[in-house]
Design a protein around this ligand. Structure first.
Ligand code: PEP
Ligand code: MG
Length: 763
């Protein structure tokens, strides 16, 4: 039994320190790996240490060894599952045995000269959860391998993964064809949620730890950092759960409960601490444990395990953010294309706008506010790109196609060239749209007002460029979502004044704060709510906390000073709400008058029609308002009871169904009967076929993101409004699930311009 005893452990931190020193030495790739194997064998007390790396063919090639025959290097290759090394690779977990030859998976390779070695241990080399190789150690003595020894090798393997993936090794001649960094081009098809095409470099929004920060200088201090970050992570999760303010684009309540459980899971914490004790930085420890979980769970057949993987990954990301001192968004490289699982609108607004060129999400939906913000920023956003995060690496060249919803990672030259041509065509088309600066008039002479939706000051530059008739919706909450504290009266007023200045003679509709639901501001009041979209949001918050709304109304009055002011209240669900909101505005106007402000030259009050309840009570509120704007994003969300942010259901029902169109027609007819101007400002106004149908229903004013104005103006110019109106009128009671296929089929017979229906997507 005596010879089964393990030798006393050496200090793994010394090994890591020596590895770091070695990394600083200039030498070629092969020499570096050779030195590493020798050093690991010496420091950890093994007769043999070898590094096998995966080739693109999946075979594991012996790339460096100390103790086996040198001639075997680059000659011995094992298939995944073949031999002990192959088994480690296939299972993506460590394996040890005191008698290698007796192991059922043993495969004899005489060229290695490994006969004298009995004890074997192999650990996977993982990078981003992918198996890139196997690190093995052997000794002639038959003995048990201690958990400690395996831990040390795993820690070394993590550092090794980064060294191997570094440029000088990957690019070296000996290692050509290694599958260490992903190199294959990948194409993902998702949903196009904000248009445009971007070429740039991938920035994973769950960043990988860089090799320079892998090895700790002071392990005791690292453990402290880890503990502090874990405590703040736990506090943050508790706060999110207790406040009920589950952030948009983030986890749901159930997932948060799971996070809370994991964040207190002793196994997870112990593995993190252990990795730090062995000399890794806290960040590297998180990364290592994440890689192991990822490699293991990605192999699981059961989809619920994969769900769990997402949860664990999110948790690891959060922990990394806490370790970075809560830094919200890292420095972006030029032409950055963010790849993330999901993202909130406030997070998006925090990035450097000069550098951010596109957003690729594994989740996301067309009506989400992240998509709306992306449109506001004029950058493409593509969602539902399942698996993209696993295939991309930071710095990979990518092309994001927001027109067709495609992400290309590491595209080949022919793809890049095709896109260069398309980018050129797009910019020519944009120039052509810019030529259409005049008013939008249909083929049969009907004038359609095209206004823009905005929320950021920079967007207003597009007013002249697009020839928009005005700003149909200014989302005032964007300013609040990026502020740490409630913007002061003067700051609010300054923004509104700049908007009015930029608009000049053109009308601007300011929507009062639409916070709550998916839009969170750091300082906004919050409550515990099971269904935030149906909860205390928008005007409900404004009426219950009048301080916030009154302050905003006062800022608007101040900003207008001598000019017309149009104010619109969001999410009105019943007539009494608009009466109460209007009263508040009247009080503020009286206050302004008493205080001697320069008063607005004219004040108009509108509501956003966003709930079916209000659509049915419209007759009872219409005399209280001067105009109505149909917020079709929310109206359709509530009409179909389908969460606009939930990619599983957001596009499940078609707004071109007769039932939905009938509702929209009813709203427009009531407004017409009362001579009350009405417009549509949800995302449907920016889609060609939907916009055409709205016009066919009688709407004469649409508001949309600036880049859509040109294409819609073009559409309008080819539209026979009367013909379309007649075609629609006889079909609103149709039993069809949607009029879309019928419209596309009817084409010109329904008054649609030919280009609008040629590709089914519109022009
Ligand atoms: C809407 O709901 O249609 C709308 C325009 O408002 P938001 O998208 O900001 O909720
Ligand atoms: Mg809305």
């Amino acid at each position: 039994m005596d010879d089964l005893k393990t030798p006393p452990m050496r200090d793994p931190r010394r090994l890591l320190k020596r590895m770091r020193e070695l990394m600083a030495v200039q030498e070629n790739a092969q020499a570096r790996l050779d030195h590493l194997t020798a050093m690991i064998a010496e420091e950890a007390g093994w007769d043999v240490c070898s590094i096998y790396l995966a080739r693109q063919s999946n075979a594991l090639e012996l790339c460096a060894t100390f103790g086996l025959k040198a001639e075997a290097v680059h000659h011995v290759r094992l298939q995944p599952g073949e031999g002990l090394v192959g088994l480690v690779a296939r299972r993506a977990r460590p394996l040890s045995t005191s008698n290698a030859r007796a192991h059922p998976a043993f495969s004899y390779k005489p060229e290695t000269g490994e006969e004298p070695f009995n004890t074997f241990v192999g650990v996977p080399i993982l990078r981003g959860g992918r198996m890139v190789g196997v690190l093995t150690a052997q000794t002639s003595q038959e003995r048990q391998v201690a958990t400690d020894e395996i831990e040390t090798l795993q820690t070394v393997a993590m550092v090794l993964a980064e060294i191997v993936a570094s440029g000088d090794i990957v690019d070296s001649e000996e290692m050509a064809g290694l599958d260490v960094r992903q190199s294959r081009p990948e194409r993902f098809q998702g949903g196009a949620f904000s248009g445009g095409i971007a070429r740039g470099v991938a920035v994973l929004f769950e960043p990988h730890v860089e090799s320079a920060r892998l090895i700790a200088d002071d392990p005791a201090r690292e453990e402290e950092r880890l503990d502090t970050a874990i405590s703040s992570l736990r506090i943050q999760i508790d706060e999110m759960l207790d406040s009920g303010r589950i952030p948009f684009g983030g986890p749901t309540r159930d997932v948060l409960q799971a996070y809370r459980m994991f964040a207190h899971d002793r196994g997870w914490l112990e593995r993190l601490r252990e990795a730090v004790r062995r000399g890794l930085t806290a960040e590297a420890a998180v990364e290592r444990v994440r890689n192991e979980n990822r490699a293991r769970l990605m192999k699981a057949a059961d989809p619920t395990f994969r769900e769990r993987l997402h949860d664990l990954e999110d948790l690891a990301n959060r922990l990394l953010r806490h370790l970075n001192g809560g830094a919200k968004s890292a420095e972006l490289p030029d032409n950055a294309i963010i790849i993330a699982r999901n993202i909130g609108p406030a997070e998006l607004l925090e990035f450097d706008r000069e550098k951010l060129k596109g957003i690729a999400l594994e989740e996301g939906s067309a009506q989400s506010h992240a998509a709306i913000v992306a449109k506001a920023l004029g950058i493409p956003l593509v969602g539902r790109l399942e698996g993209a995060l696993d295939q991309a690496e930071d710095g990979d060249p990518v092309i994001l196609d927001g027109e067709f919803g495609v992400l290309h990672i590491r595209p080949q030259l022919d793809v890049t060239e095709t896109y260069d041509a398309r980018i050129q065509t797009l910019s020519e088309r944009r120039l052509a749209y810019a030529e259409l600066r005049g008013p939008a008039v249909s083929a049969d002479g009907v004038r359609i007002g095209l206004h823009m939706n905005a929320g950021l000051l920079i967007e207003l530059m597009a007013l002249d460029e697009t020839g928009a008739d005005g700003v149909g919706l200014f989302r005032t909450e964007f300013q609040f979502m990026v502020a740490e504290t409630l913007p002061r009266l003067s700051a609010q007023s300054a923004v509104y004044k700049s908007v009015l200045d930029a608009a000049g003679e053109r009308p601007v509709v300011f929507r009062t704060l639409d916070l709550g639901g998916d839009k969170v501001a750091p300082f906004a009041p919050s409550t515990k709510e099971p269904n935030p979209a149906l909860g205390w949001r928008a005007i409900r918050m404004g009426l219950d906390r009048p301080g916030l709304l009154r302050y905003q109304l006062r800022s608007l009055i101040l900003a207008a000073a001598g000019r017309p002011l149009k104010v619109m209240f969001p999410m009105i669900s019943a007539p009494w709400e608009v009466r109460a909101a209007r009263d508040m505005l009247d009080r503020e106007l009286r206050h302004a008058e008493r205080a001697g402000y320069v008063m607005p030259s004219d004040v108009k009050v509108g509501i956003m029609l966003e709930t079916p309840g209000m659509a049915w009570a419209l007759e009872h509120a219409i005399d209280t308002v001067d105009f109505v704007a149909v917020g079709a994003n929310d109206l359709m969300q509530y009409f179909f009871a389908a969460d606009r942010q939930n990619s599983r259901v957001s596009d499940r029902y078609d707004v071109l169904s007769p039932a939905a169109l009938d509702l929209l027609k009813r709203v427009r007819d009531i407004c017409a009967e009362h001579d009350t101007p009405v417009s549509v400002c949800g995302e449907i106004a920016s889609k060609p076929l939907e916009a055409a149908v709205l016009i066919g229903l009688g709407y004469r004013s649409l508001s949309m993101a600036a880049p859509n104005i040109g294409p819609i103006k073009k559409l309008v110019s080819g539209l026979d409004v009367e013909k379309l109106g007649t075609w629609l009128a006889s079909r609103l009671q149709s039993p069809a699930d949607s009029l879309r296929p019928l419209l596309l089929q009817a084409g010109e017979d329904a008054g649609l311009p030919r280009e609008a229906v040629e590709n089914g997507r519109g022009i």
